[in-house]
Design a binder for this molecule. Structure first.
Ligand code: SAM
Length: 176
């Protein structure tokens, strides 16, 4: 069970990247994303995709990041903060893999320094600067118990039929 906590989202410049963090997390099997900023457009955009493509992914808008971390830990959850300054992912994978209830925290601009103490792990996806989307994707792939790219999404309106060449999408609504 994985939840993403997105910090520092600036509505005027991070819309696309925050949407991609959510969509990537969903595609790789996260159950939802908590957005520690007020931008209902993100919730609408991601939940709209989830509605059409299946599964039960949710976005909670405008949460208190400290409150959510506290609640998560009280419920026995662990927190993995992704930061290029942390322990390199290959050195932390085995430990994190065993975690039943994981919150993955990603920033946009500089994150509050308290996060480093609150997190159970500060993990770098390689100690070089890159992107929160890539960091989420690689982490979720490496810590997954089952092949994340084979995940099935229930109650989908749209389903892709994979093929070597061409595009085929089944509209399940039309078949009803
Ligand atoms: N300049 C910001 C700072 O110094 O904290 C970071 C900006 S970075 C584009 C935004 C987010 O991407 C970070 O908060 C982190 O969650 C994630 N990120 C970027 N590179 C990373 C890496 N190598 N390992 C893990 N996370 C990374």
């Amino acid at each position: 069970r994985v939840v993403i906590l997105r910090l520092g989202h600036r509505p005027e410049r991070d819309k696309r990247i925050t949407t991609h963090v959510g969509l990537t997390a969903r595609a790789l099997g996260a159950e939802g994303m908590l957005l520690a900023s007020n931008d209902k457009g993100i919730k609408n955009a991601i939940e709209d995709v989830a509605e059409r493509w299946g599964g039960k992914f949710y976005v909670e808008n405008d949460v208190s990041w400290k409150g959510e971390i506290k609640k998560w830990k009280e419920q026995g959850g662990k927190v993995c903060h992704l930061s290029m300054y942390g322990i390199n992912l290959p050195d932390a994978t085995e430990e994190i893999k065993g975690c039943e209830k994981l919150m993955i925290v990603v920033g946009a601009e500089k994150v509050p320094s308290e996060i480093y103490d609150l997190a159970d792990w500060n993990v770098a996806v390689g100690n070089q600067p890159h992107s929160e989307v890539a960091a989420v994707a690689l982490t979720m792939d490496r810590i997954a118990q089952e092949e994340p790219l084979k995940k099935e999404f229930g109650d989908a309106e749209l389903t892709i039929v994979p093929m070597e060449c061409g595009k085929r999408v089944i509209d399940n609504k039309k078949r009803e």
